[in-house]
Ligand binder design. Structure first.
Ligand SMILES: [Mg+2]
Length: 220
């Protein structure tokens, strides 16, 4: 697809991490398979029952900071969720061409490149250790330090205080449609989604948003 972005007008590029730059398969596999099975074993529950119970709990927290908070789940499930994540860290990988896109961005000093993620700081650290992704950013901002998830208007208000950006000179790339809608409501003009956040899943329907099939399609 053609990206429809007027690159000359862009000064700030906000990039999500999971499902945008990194393969969402790690997170999906962990939360939908690995964790429920582990939790089921600890509680003498079969995997099907454990998955159903957790799916219900997840849906109650979706889009909130708690959903993205390892401490919340560690307390709720009564085992160290971060430690369990380390078991499957071999699945932490860049999405296709994401690394070369970041390299290209980082040598082009026209842009301020900021990571904005709902991931917990401890998880960012795990992913940075695995991928070295931090070197490509002027700043990495977790919604946990802001105190609101990206789905909330308060996140964007506080973000703009922390890193001043002009709404019409900013591009956000994020696989999460709820987050894109929140950013659009706040007034960010340039928005792109991701066609295939999880390498092992089908393409997602990105509804009213243009979606990137490949970072190679971004010509700037
Ligand atoms: Mg994401």
């Amino acid at each position: 697809m053609k990206d429809n972005i007027n690159w000359n007008s862009i000064k700030t590029i906000l990039l999500d991490m999971d499902g945008t730059l990194l393969d969402l398969h790690f997170d999906n596999y962990f939360w939908q398979q690995y964790l429920p099975e582990h939790w089921g074993r600890l509680n003498n529950m079969n995997a099907v029952h454990a998955k159903a119970q957790l799916k219900d709990w997840y849906s109650k927290e979706a889009g909130t900071l708690s959903w993205y908070c390892l401490d919340f789940w560690t307390e709720r499930l009564k085992f160290d969720v971060l430690e369990l994540k380390a078991d499957v860290e071999h699945l932490i990988k860049y999405r296709p061409h994401a690394k070369s896109f970041l390299e290209k961005l980082s040598i082009n000093s026209a842009y301020s490149v900021i990571m904005v993620t709902n991931a917990h700081e401890e998880l960012i650290k795990m992913k940075v250790d695995k991928t070295g992704i931090d070197v490509f950013f002027d700043k990495i901002i977790s919604s946990h330090s802001i105190g609101h998830a990206k789905e909330e208007q308060a996140f964007w208000k506080k973000l703009q205080i922390e890193i001043p950006f002009a709404l019409d000179e900013t591009l956000l790339i994020d696989d999460n449609l709820t987050v894109l809608r929140a950013a659009r409501k706040f007034g960010i003009k340039n928005l792109l989604s991701i066609s295939k956040p999880d390498s092992q899943n089908d393409k997602q329907d990105t509804e009213e948003f243009n979606a990137l099939d490949s970072f190679e399609d971004l010509i700037f």
